[in-house]
Design a protein around this ligand. Sequence first.
Ligand SMILES: [Zn+2]
Length: 408
Amino acid sequence: MDRNKVCTDIKEQILQLLKVIIEQNYFQDNNQYFKPEKGIAMGSHTSGTLAEIYLQLIEERYIKHWIEKQNIVYYKRYVDDIFIICDTSRINEETIKDNMNSIDDHLEFKITEDTNNSINYLDMTINRSRDGMEISIYRKPTSTNITIQHTSNHPQDHKDAAYRYYINRMITLPSTERARIQEWKYILSTAQYNGFPMHKIIDMERKEIAKNRDKRSKTNETQEKQVQKKWVTFTYDSPIIRKVTNLFNNTEVRIVFKATNTLYQQLAEKTQNKNPSGIYEVKCNTCNKKYVGQSGRPITIRHKENIRYIRSNNTTSAYAAHILNNRHEYGTAENTLKLIHPCRKGQKMNNWENLYIQMYRQQDQLITEQQVNEPNLLYELTQPPQNIDDSTHPDTTPTGTAQVYTHR
Ligand SMILES: [Zn+2]
């Protein structure tokens, strides 16, 4: 096959796919759907790349000639932040701004000029001096000196992360010695403020300096090996979890911890989902036995379907079969339908469903029409927090997880 032909085919396919992705730009808020008139979707994997391609095109067409003519002496862009040093005897900032703003109606460039020979760019303050440029670390006026408290019940890695980042930046930024010392003072006082022992931070600095030295001498080969490792997330409730994660120490599995006790998680208002999906039970009004099922859609919709089966004499669903074959009575959703465990569709949902079916069967609460899998021995170790027949289940809040108690 002609090689060029393949290339144009692939190009066309890529463009076609991109078109689909770009036009699939909509979002939901408060049960309403919105479609933006322009722009690319926030959070889409393609958005960053597309924006970058477009900006590079702009640079090629409208900015490159200034750089070539030395009107712009220095030009660097990080995503949407541009740092420009221009020769004011050849061009002024107004001309640059006006020209850039005439490129595209939807793009607006704002200019920040230096004040007192100083300007902030990204997380740096750049000072113009007689000898050249001096770089120091810039902190937004809104930045605080609060990190996770050293005594907080969080994985040590998470608590150290902020300091490892500060220290690394201090080491790698080509700042002046004065700025470096000032930053080190800031790091130490912040650490102290948040309850970190000083020796820990000093030790961390020593290690980070060594690591940086190693990184530079490391071959690409060893870095490639690291990429192949598999990352697995564990929830960090207490340091005891390390008893489990340490088992993976000499394997290719890398462990990361997820904390579920941040202030945000504790205080943020839980979004009330009035129609949750998950594992549900439907009760028979005559014999009080139950059917346990799963639904990826709101369970009330699934319930309506069951009722429809019964009314149309269709015994496809086990619940409908039970009602119809025994001439038992079914009830309203309010009286007979209950969410046992909210969750989303997927393997986890299948597992929860099997667990509850087995539980209900063991307690003889299940209608005989319901098919039951081979009992899972692992599930026998678990017990519902209370009698399942209780009208209140502690785990019926949409964000709750089932508590599993083990036999002693
Ligand atoms: Zn019944």
